[in-house]
Ligand binder design. Structure first.
Ligand SMILES: *[C@@H]1O[C@H](CO)[C@@H](O)[C@H](O)[C@H]1NC(C)=O
Ligand SMILES: *[C@@H]1O[C@H](CO)[C@@H](O)[C@H](O)[C@H]1NC(C)=O
Ligand SMILES: [Cu+2]
Length: 200
């Protein structure tokens, strides 16, 4: 009996692990529903978000804007002297394939310098725990009636109030919503595994 419950435990934990890893590939629309434009505060948009290796960011914008990935010095000065990448078209995705900070601007005159079209994104190594926390924070950030999270840590509520006055705090796209429940599935699976282990 003991070995049976051990096998069951292993299966349940494997299922939970699969549910957790489903969070890995998260795509963030830069600026949320406001997209990439001249009047969005992208420091507020990035605040409280944990970008991890494997995630991606997508810029959605009117075709008269563009997206340049630039070195930090160009970001600081809002110039495009040595752009790493020049993209246009209105729908531009960057894979966050490595840890580090990346810098993006729009090179249309004054959109960066006198507008808000500059954003820096810091990517950290993937961690399942951080992925679950980020998903929970994103869910809490999604609107005035966040999904019921039974044990949301206090700092997630802080993230909500930090972004409360930001235009970027608008509701997230529905497409993201199902992912937010997957960490809960994983937690439920682990809780079940613990109960089964105790019952054995
Ligand atoms: C944006 O590009 C992605 C692939 O890069 C594609 O799946 C998506 O449909 C595009 N969205 C629009 C609005 O063009
Ligand atoms: C744009 O910003 C620069 C630097 O802050 C400032 O010197 C310049 O007057 C601004 N131009 C406009 C049109 O607002
Ligand atoms: Cu622009």
């Amino acid at each position: 009996m003991k070995s049976n419950s051990g096998a069951l435990l292993a299966v349940v934990m494997a299922v939970a692990a699969v549910a957790s890893t489903a969070v890995v590939a998260k795509d963030y629309t830069v600026g949320g529903s406001y997209g990439w434009d001249t009047y969005v505060d992208y420091d507020k948009w990035t605040a409280g978000k944990t970008f991890m290796v494997g995630d991606s960011i997508t810029f959605k914008y009117e075709p008269y804007h563009n997206v340049l990935e630039v070195p930090e010095a160009d970001y600081d000065s809002c110039t495009a002297n040595s752009a790493v990448s020049v993209r246009s078209g209105g729908n531009t995705t960057f894979e966050l394939a490595a840890a580090g900070t990346r810098y993006f601007i729009c090179s249309i005159p004054r959109h960066c310098l006198n507008g808000t079209m500059h954003v820096k994104v810091t990517t950290v190594p993937y961690s399942a725990a951080a992925a679950a926390a980020a998903a929970a924070a994103a869910a809490a950030d999604a609107g005035p009636s966040p999904a019921p999270l039974p044990s949301a840590p206090a700092d997630e509520h802080k993230a909500t109030s930090d972004t409360g006055s930001s235009p970027a705090a608008a509701p997230r796209t529905a497409a993201c919503a199902p992912r937010h429940h997957q960490p809960l599935v994983a937690v439920a699976g682990l809780a079940l595994a613990a109960l089964l282990a105790m019952a054995a």
